[in-house]
Design a protein around this ligand. Structure first.
Ligand code: NAD
Ligand code: TYD
Length: 341
C-alpha cells in the first residue's frame, strides 16, 4: 500500500504516519511537508531511523507547487493521497488569513487536480468540525449539518471540503472527507489550548482563558482520530463525509482545571483575557455514520487520554523547547499583548 501523506510533520500527520507504519507491514509512505513553523521533522525521528529510504520517504515541498505535486504522484504507484497539510490555528487565521486561503484552498485544489490527472484510486481529505459553525447549548453536528464556518480558518477548510465534494460529483473522483473534533495528544504545537496550558503551568506563567471560559469543545485523543482516518481510507465509500468525535464535551475552563490538577498547579494561574473575535460557542459531534459504515468509535476517555498526554509532554521537555522558536514566541507575545489591551 503506497500512501502520499501531506503535512506529515505536523501534529496529527506525524501520529498518523507512526500508526500506519506500525499497523501495516505493507505500507510505504511518502510525506510531503513544507515544514512551516508547525512542521517538525523530529516528530518522525524514530520513523526516519527505522524506515527512511525504504518504507518511509520525506519530500520537503509545498502542496501548492504545480510542478512538484504532479511529478511526485508519478514517482510511486500510489494507492491513496491523505491530505493533512494545512494552516491549522484559528488565532493565526484572524491575524493573517492569506496563508490559510493559499494552503488550505489553493493547495487542496492543486492536490485534487494532480490526483485526478494521475488517477489515484483514493483521496482522503482531513477536515474539521469547525466547518459546521457554532452550536447552542444542545444538539450535535451530523454530516448533513449545513456548513456555516465563522473564522478564516474554518472558512478555508469548508472551501476545501467543497472542492473535494465538487471533484467527486464532477469527475467521479473517489474522494472521502473526514471531519474531526478538537484533538489532543503527543506532538501538538504549543499554540493550541492543551499543550499551551501545560507549558505555561509548568513555568508558573499566567494561563490565558478567552472570554468567560464557557466555550465547549468535544475533545478526542489524536490516536482515535488516526484510527478513524485509517478506517475511512480502508473502508470508506467514495463521496462520503465521516464525522469523528470524542464523546468528551468540556468547557475550556474544565479543560484548564483538569490540566492544572494533573500538573499539581494552582488555579490562581488562570487569567481571563479578551475573547477571540467570532469565537464559536460550542462544538459537539455525532458520529453514528462512522460507527455504522467504518466500525469506528473513540476508545480513549478524556481523563486517561489527558493524563497520558501530559505524561508525554513531561518526558519530552526537549521537544517542547525545540519547537519554541524565536518566530513563534514573537507571534504569541504580540498576540497576547493585543488581546490584553
Ligand atoms: P499542524 O499545524 O500541526 O500541522 C500542519 C502540517 O502541515 C505541518 O507539518 C506543516 O508544515 C504542513 N504544511 C502547512 N502548509 C503546507 C503546505 N503548503 N504544503 C505542505 N505542507 C504544509 O496541524 P494538525 O493539527 O496536525 O492538523 C492536521 C489536519 O487536521 C489539518 O488539515 C487540520 O485542519 C485538521 N484537523 C485538526 C484538528 C486539531 O484539533 N488539530 C481537528 C480536526 C481537523
Ligand atoms: P484551540 O486549541 O486554539 O482550538 P480551536 O480554536 O480550533 O477550537 O482552542 C480551543 C479552545 O480554547 C477555543 O475555544 C479557544 C480557547 N483558548 C483559550 O481560551 N486560550 C488560549 O490561549 C487558546 C490557545 C485557546
Amino acid at each position: 500500500m503506497h500512501l502520499l501523506v501531506t503535512g506529515g510533520c505536523g501534529f496529527i500527520g506525524s501520529n498518523f504516519i507512526q500508526h500506519m507504519l506500525a499497523a501495516h507491514q505493507d505500507a510505504v509512505i511518502v510525506n510531503l511537508d513544507k515544514l512551516t513553523y508547525a512542521g517538525n521533522r523530529r516528530n518522525l525521528a524514530e520513523v526516519e531511523s527505522l524506515f527512511l529510504g525504504r518504507r518511509y520517504h520525506f519530500v520537503h515541498g509545498d502542496i501548492c507547487d504545480q510542478t512538484l505535486v504532479p511529478e511526485l504522484l508519478g514517482r510511486f504507484p500510489f494507492d491513496a493521497v491523505l491530505n493533512f497539510a494545512a494552516e491549522s490555528h484559528v488565532d493565526r487565521s484572524i491575524s493573517d488569513p492569506f496563508p490559510f486561503v493559499t494552503t488550505n484552498v489553493l493547495g487542496t485544489q492543486n492536490l485534487l487536480e494532480a490526483a485526478r490527472q494521475a488517477e489515484i484510486p483514493r483521496f482522503v481529505h482531513i477536515s474539521t468540525d469547525e466547518v459546521y459553525g457554532s452550536l447552542g447549548p444542545t444538539g450535535q453536528f451530523t454530516e448533513d449539518t449545513p456548513l456555516a464556518p465563522n473564522s478564516p480558518y474554518s472558512a478555508s477548510k469548508a472551501s476545501s471540503d467543497l472542492l473535494a465534494r465538487a471533484y467527486f460529483h464532477t469527475y467521479a473522483m473517489p474522494v472521502i472527507v473526514t471531519r474531526c473534533s478538537n484533538n489532543y495528544g503527543p506532538y501538538q504545537f504549543p499554540e493550541k489550548l492543551v499543550p499551551l496550558v501545560y507549558l505555561k503551568a509548568s513555568r508558573n506563567e499566567a494561563i490565558p482563558v478567552y472570554g468567560d471560559g464557557q466555550n465547549v469543545r468535544d475533545w478526542i485523543h489524536v490516536m482515535d482520530h488516526c484510527r478513524g482516518v485509517e478506517a475511512a481510507l480502508l473502508k470508506g465509500t467514495p463521496g462520503a463525509v465521516y464525522n469523528f468525535g470524542g464523546d468528551a464535551e468540556r468547557t475550556n475552563l474544565e479543560v484548564v482545571r483538569t490540566i492544572l490538577k494533573l500538573s499539581g498547579k494552582s488555579e490562581d494561574l488562570i487569567s481571563f483575557v479578551a475573547d477571540r473575535p467570532g469565537h464559536d460557542r460550542r462544538y459537539a459531534m455525532a458520529y453514528a455514520r462512522s460507527t455504522a459504515d467504518l466500525g469506528w468509535t473513540p476508545r480513549q476517555s478524556f481523563e486517561d487520554g489527558m493524563a497520558s498526554t501530559l505524561a508525554w509532554y513531561t518526558s519530552n521537555g526537549a521537544w517542547l523547547d525545540e519547537v519554541q522558536s524565536g518566530a513563534y514566541r514573537q507571534f504569541m507575545d504580540k498576540w497576547y499583548r493585543t488581546r490584553q489591551a
